[in-house]
Design a protein around this ligand. Structure first.
Ligand code: C2O
Ligand code: CU
Ligand code: CU
Length: 505
């Protein structure tokens, strides 16, 4: 761990009253009307206007309000509801101040001295959008400006999320609060009759370091020449923007739509009474069938769709634990307000397996860490290349490829590809020292198939340390330039991101 310079006095979480604030539910974004979608004749779609601005919000009853930068003036931002096959237009307005309140490292690509300090561009994570609507990291704009993006939603129902993607300061902008949910629905999923309405609850996890005065702390390293820190971890876990919240539930089934919007923290969620979760979906929508999980792993950028049945827990208090110190509490009422007419069908949706034989090529891509003399990381690279090197991944539109991520580091890196969804083939340990010398993969154990809860459509995959993790991707959608990157935001901001280009056949 890089030594941190001059840490201020931090909040002592053990002195904070637990479970005094109800869990807030992000508001639902209201369209301003309808507008014509680009290149679609007279078809009109809902039009949203969402500003991002500085706001102050109480993360806990006993703390002063915390400064954030939030979409719609809240953290998380308003949830956008969309229908599969029906487009949405969003004008994303940058109404931020001109100075950043978190420490910029001008050594990082795109954040050099002379660039405007405050810049933003919005990416809808998990969306199949055209390149000009995807939020390319260099497409940022300054306060006072806006961009209107079109999301066609030509994709299966899923929990997506929008967040900042500005080159070199993405980790700071998201840490400042720039994230929100986007839910795609369709009639097929609705016909399953899963818990809905007030019984469908989003949970957005973001960990922060909070100073004793209630404000966000983002550390800088002790290296004066390089303030960047390789990871950001806080012991204060905000759930929908609150610290140690509680949620009153009825003794019945609930559906939870969970997002890890943290910079670098992995969550391992479990219930204090040992009860398992029924997992029904992952990043890109429903699993084929329900999977029972006792401990849910969630890397930055990943989502999970869970059902918890509280019907045998009337009157109980249950904690939703994670490995960080701040859990949340479910308070189960003694009575239901009515009968629970929801269902939890065993089979949910078809997820046809892409056969390996469908792949026209396999790309081997390394994940490597580079350290300074004190063995502190200075950067992580994908395929040994920096952001500005020429594009090397150019899949043909409509073709299927296998990408194998060869992780030579000691960390797990969540790798995300824009625009596409994929399936995980397997993870296989290899001899790392041997690979570093000979550049040959010598496997040390048989391949391990994905966990049942990640055997659906994914857009972010955990690449475990010392493993070769393989995914299979069909490059459907749009031609043009996108990015793929590690979703640990400190890594992403410091070269662990590469462009890729879908090319015409
Ligand atoms: Cu969650 Cu490149 O994004
Ligand atoms: Cu994305
Ligand atoms: Cu990483």
């Amino acid at each position: 761990m890089v030594q941190v310079a001059n840490a201020p006095k931090l909040l002592d979480l053990s002195k904070l009253a637990a479970f005094v604030d109800p869990l807030p539910i992000p508001s639902i974004a209201k369209p301003m009307g309808r507008r014509q979608a680009p290149k679609s004749g007279s078809v009109t779609v809902p039009f949203h206007r969402i500003p991002v601005r500085e706001c102050f919000s109480k993360i806990h009853r006993d703390l002063p309000a915390t400064r954030f930068w939030g979409y719609g003036g809240s953290v998380p931002g308003p949830t956008i509801e969309a229908r599969s096959g029906e487009g949405v237009l969003v004008e994303w307005m940058n109404e931020l101040p001109l100075k950043h309140f978190l420490p910029i490292d001008h050594n990082l690509m795109g954040a050099e001295k002379g660039q405007p300090e405050v810049r933003t561009v919005v990416h809808l994570h998990g969306a199949k959008a055209s390149p000009e609507n995807d939020g390319y990291p260099e497409d940022w704009y300054v306060p006072g400006k806006s961009r209107t993006y079109h999301y066609p939603n030509g994709q299966d129902p899923a929990l997506l999320w929008y967040h900042d993607h500005a080159m070199g300061i993405n980790r700071l902008n998201i840490c400042a609060g720039m994230a929100g949910l986007y839910i795609v629905r369709d009639a097929v999923e609705e016909a399953l009759n899963l818990p809905s309405g007030v019984y469908e609850i989003p949970l957005v996890f973001m960990d922060r370091l909070i100073r004793a005065d209630g404000q966000i702390y983002y550390p800088v390293s002790q290296r004066p020449e390089m303030p960047w820190v390789p990871e950001y971890f806080g012991d204060a876990v905000l759930i929908n923007g609150k610290l140690l919240p509680y949620l009153e539930v009825e003794p019945r089934r609930y559906r939870f739509r969970i997002l890890n919007a943290s910079n670098g923290r992995f969550y391992f969620l479990s219930l204090s009474n040992g009860q398992p979760f029924q997992q029904i979906g992952t990043d890109q929508g429903l699993l084929e069938s329900v999977v029972e999980v006792k401990r849910l792993a969630l890397a930055p950028g990943e989502r999970a769709d869970l059902v918890i049945d509280f019907s045998n827990q009337a009157g109980e208090e249950i904690l939703l634990n994670n490995l960080a110190v701040s859990p949340m509490q479910f308070r189960v009422a003694r009575q239901r307000s009515g009968t629970d007419s929801s269902s939890l069908p065993k089979t949910l949706r078809q997820v046809p397996k892409i056969p390996e034989s469908a792949a026209v090529r396999t790309r081997r891509l390394t994940l490597e860490e580079f350290d300074d003399l004190a063995a502190e990381p200075v950067t992580h690279l994908l395929d040994g290349k920096r952001w500005h090197e020429p594009i090397s991944e150019k899949p043909v539109i409509g073709s299927t490829e296998i990408w194998e991520f060869v992780n030579t580091t000691d960390d797990s890196h969540p790798i995300h590809l824009h625009m596409v969804r994929f399936q995980i083939l397997d993870r296989r340990p290899f001899d790392v020292p041997d690979f570093l010398v000979n550049r040959k993969l010598v496997y040390t154990a048989p391949p391990v198939p994905p966990e049942a809860f990640e055997a659906g459509w994914k857009d972010t995959v955990r690449v475990s340390p010392g493993s070769c993790t393989r995914i299979i991707v069909k490059f459907e959608g749009f031609v043009g330039r996108y990015v793929w990157h590690c979703h640990i935001l400190e890594h992403e901001d410091n070269e662990m991101m590469r462009p890729y280009e879908v090319v015409a056949g």
